[in-house]
Design a protein around this ligand. Structure first.
Ligand code: 4AD
Ligand code: MG
Length: 461
């Protein structure tokens, strides 16, 4: 007989012999009968296992404590108690592994998120992280489904790269040189020709540049992979290692790009509502009473679209004293973004046409000579969830911009070939996967929506 997952057991008809396997969440009872709540990760719900103490060795029952792992064989019966339709009348119990109550850290309920981060290797055993990780999986699946259904091609872009896609310089170096004693050139600088790749390399901050090569050949592509940023940002919204989804589309102008971004996010949120309701309900009840309502409202509202200039105008006229001052040309902070979204409009906002000096080199330049066709999607509780743009397709303009910024073109010649040969208007954007998950789960800290967070001074586990 095969094991049935708890998610399945809970919807099976009573009156059959079953096997369940999982980890004990709680055990309670009296001298005649014990009730074990067993969870196997397939759902937030537990299956109740009823053990008549007379049927089992006292020694065995004593070893069944929170965190121990069991195989239970018994009859699935209609439950007498409230709270569940069925339960298992245990006939045989095998203990796979005990969990010493003195040592197992997940005894009582209601641990702080900070404490759970210190035991990130065990926190998937909690209701909260089980829910978050199932939702994370569902969102990853929905992302592939969304693009696959539209005929986009999934492109795998490299994680090790010699180019700085965002031109921001916040990259982790990759080297096999002896850092204590690297080979040097005559002028004392490090001789990277002797490094593993024969040049200076880093972990990628974005797959976009390679993605553009895909889009200008296959039409519509997306990437979905880890990206790395060595920025020292200790905030609830920044990770040093995060996952990003980057679609890139030939023949799309900025309006098409905005339409796709809006459709994409709404699809994902709707997918969560349709497929993850048990987990969302739990998170809604435990952490954020407005979660489900907020998710529903996003799927049914048109995002506001306005220019950066209009946005800055609203912020300057708001009379609010922000921590960071607002003026035309300022890079907007999360507090500004959230003011627009939460206070002023009460819905998601797409800001466009940013000053060129605060955006990356590849964005399409507007006629005014001051702004570029960038777009950021701003969300309640999060601020920026998506960053994207129409790309500069003119070789000359792109080269001029690269020169203005004094970037090294030698490493970018391959990229410029897309503008040299059959250049086309094209656009794309990047959705931060963990930022999406912050929104969908209602979690307050980005460290709690990825299994093993990587942040400044923390690479534990
Ligand atoms: O705005 P960003 O830097 O844009 C790019 O990387 C472009 N190449 C995307 C593109 O056009 N293909 O990053 C995109 C998104 C942000 O909007 C944010 O959601 C997320 O990535 N992000 C981070 N998420 C977690 N931790 C960080 N340190 C992040 N930095 C950016
Ligand atoms: Mg950005």
């Amino acid at each position: 007989m095969k094991r049935m997952k708890v998610s399945q057991l809970l919807v099976e008809t009573p009156g059959q012999e079953v096997i369940a396997k999982g980890w004990v969440r709680t055990k309670r009872g009296n001298k005649n009968v014990n009730f074990i709540a067993l969870n196997d990760g397939s759902t937030i719900k537990n299956i109740q296992v009823v053990c008549e103490t007379a049927r089992f060795e006292e020694e065995l029952l004593k070893q069944i404590t929170t965190g121990s792992s069991l195989c239970v064989r018994g009859e699935l019966v209609a439950s007498q108690g409230s709270g569940q339709a069925v339960e298992i009348q245990a006939r045989e119990i095998q203990i796979y592994g005990t969990a010493d109550p003195e040592a197992y850290p997940l005894q009582k309920k209601g641990h702080s998120m900070e404490f759970l981060r210190e035991i990130a290797h065990l926190r998937p055993r909690t209701n909260t992280f089980g829910a978050v990780l199932r939702i994370r999986h569902a969102m990853a699946f929905a992302i592939h489904k969304f693009f696959n259904d539209k005929g986009f091609v999934y492109i795998h872009t490299p994680l090790i790269t010699a180019s700085d896609a965002e031109g921001a310089g916040a990259m982790f170096q990759v080297t096999t040189l002896d850092v204590a004693n690297p080979p040097r050139n005559e002028d004392g600088s490090i001789n990277y020709t002797e490094d593993f790749f024969g040049k200076h390399t880093s972990l990628t901050v974005s797959g976009q540049l390679e993605g553009e090569m895909g889009a200008t050949a296959l039409g519509e592509i997306y990437t979905f992979g880890p990206t790395f940023r060595a920025e020292n940002s200790n905030t609830p919204r920044h990770l040093a290692e995060f996952w990003m989804i980057e679609p890139e589309m030939a023949f799309y102008e900025i309006e098409d790009n905005m339409d796709l971004a809006e459709e994409f996010i709404k699809y994902l949120v709707q997918y969560a509502l349709d497929h993850c309701m048990d987990d969302l309900q739990f998170l809604n009840d435990m952490f954020d009473k407005e979660l489900i309502e907020r998710l529903r409202s996003v799927t049914s509202t048109d995002f506001v679209r306005l220019t950066y200039t209009e946005g800055v105008d609203i912020l300057m006229k708001s009379g609010v004293k922000f921590e960071y001052p607002v003026f035309w040309g300022a890079d907007l902070q999360s507090e500004h973004e959230r003011y627009l979204v939460e206070k002023h409009f009460g819905k998601p906002v797409i800001l466009t046409d940013y000053p060129k000096d605060i955006k990356a080199f590849y964005m399409k330049q507007n006629e005014d000579g001051k702004t570029v066709r960038g777009m950021d999607v701003l969300f309640p509780k999060i601020g920026e969830i998506i960053g994207g743009s129409q790309r500069e397709e003119s070789l000359e303009k792109l080269q001029n911009r690269i020169q203005e910024l004094q970037m090294d073109t030698r490493g970018l010649e391959w990229y410029l070939d897309s503008r040299r040969f059959g250049t086309v208007p094209h656009s794309g954007f990047g959705l931060g996967f963990e930022r999406l998950l912050l929104f969908v789960t209602g979690m307050a800290n980005i460290r709690d929506v990825i299994p093993f967070p990587r942040t400044p001074k923390n690479a534990e586990f």
